[in-house]
Write a protein that binds this ligand. Structure first.
Ligand SMILES: *Cc1c(COP(=O)(O)O)cnc(C)c1O
Length: 306
């Protein structure tokens, strides 16, 4: 595999796959997953300016929200500890409180994050002022980072994923959760580039989040390759991810980048990209989620992610 450039631990890798060898398009991978071993990919970008802002405001504690497998919660725990913050994770699902911790939550605790479990109902209403007041009573003053980490400062951080090294690509493909990361990428994209977002969830409702941050329209969102919704996975996806790793040497994650790269390859095969175009797929990280997903796959007697 050819490495085109390498900078700040991130690089652009040319991907050669048998399956698409007969097609004229060239596929490259922006290795944002290599930025940091613990705070991977886009979560690092999304936290960068938020942590700076928290320091400016003199905050000592970061508080954020997420599900039990959240890459974002793991990232806040690791980045917060490194930068000298106390961290608190508000986790969806009261029933998890007494249960053995999964890999994501035990990692968060190993980074000294204090976990606080709330019911799904309470979680749904977490942004109501009276609930925020309750958290302040419990934990004192804190800098709140929203679920998934998306806010204007996160979008600003994600703009830095693109650079002069990415100008020559015709398409930029990436996975979409809340829409924060793609908002930054769209903002930083060149007008000749088309940004394609692969929703990891059912639906393409993230357009409204994107429109809060940019008026540019050189993008498209698809949920064709969401495999039925967030966290949904089947043996086709696992086999694709394992085959991709064998051929390229790069591991993908089961919630986001696996689905996105699967979609890109399917679209190349279907002739959805211009002839002779250069496609840049962004590896946004998320590899900490593999271990937890393998436990689920084993229970369902599906193949394991290698
Ligand atoms: C969180 C995450 C995303 C989605 O990012 P958003 O900014 O919420 O759209 C994509 N890929 C990985 C690996 C993630 O952890």
């Amino acid at each position: 595999m050819i490495v085109m450039f390498s900078e700040n631990n991130s690089e652009i890798l040319k991907i050669e796959l048998n399956d698409i060898a007969s097609h004229s398009q060239e596929l490259f991978l922006l290795r944002e997953d290599m930025i940091d071993p613990f705070v991977s990919g886009n979560k690092f970008r999304k936290l960068h300016y938020n942590l700076k802002e928290a320091k400016l405001q003199g905050k000592e504690t970061l508080l954020t929200y997420g599900g039990a497998y959240s890459n974002h919660v793991a990232a806040v725990a690791a980045a917060g500890r490194r930068e000298g913050f106390k961290t608190i994770g508000i986790i969806r699902g009261e029933e998890l409180d007494g249960a053995p911790r999964n890999t994501t939550l035990s990692f968060a605790e190993s980074q000294d994050m204090q976990l606080h479990f709330i019911s799904r109902d309470a979680y749904r209403n977490k942004d109501r002022p009276q609930n925020l007041a309750k958290l302040t009573e419990l934990f004192g003053d804190f800098y709140a980072i929203p679920e998934g980490g998306t806010n204007a400062l996160a979008v600003k951080g994600c703009e830095e994923m693109l650079s002069e090294h990415t100008h020559k690509f015709d398409y930029i493909c990436l996975s979409v959760g809340t829409g924060g990361t793609i908002s930054g990428v769209i903002k930083a994209s060149q007008s000749h580039q088309k940004v394609i977002g692969f929703s990891a969830l059912k639906g393409t409702f993230q357009v409204s989040e994107i429109q809060k941050h940019t008026s540019k329209t050189n993008f498209k969102l698809l949920d064709t390759y969401s495999f039925g919704g967030y966290g949904k996975i089947d043996s086709t996806l696992v086999r694709f991810m394992n085959g991709f790793k064998k051929e390229s040497g790069v591991a993908l994650d089961p919630l986001y980048t696996g689905k996105m790269v699967y979609g890109v390859v399917e679209m190349i095969k279907a002739g959805a990209f211009k002839e002779n175009s250069r496609i840049l797929a962004v590896h946004t990280g998320g590899l900490q989620g593999i271990a937890g997903m393998n436990v689920v796959l084993k229970k369902k007697q599906l193949p394991q992610i290698e």
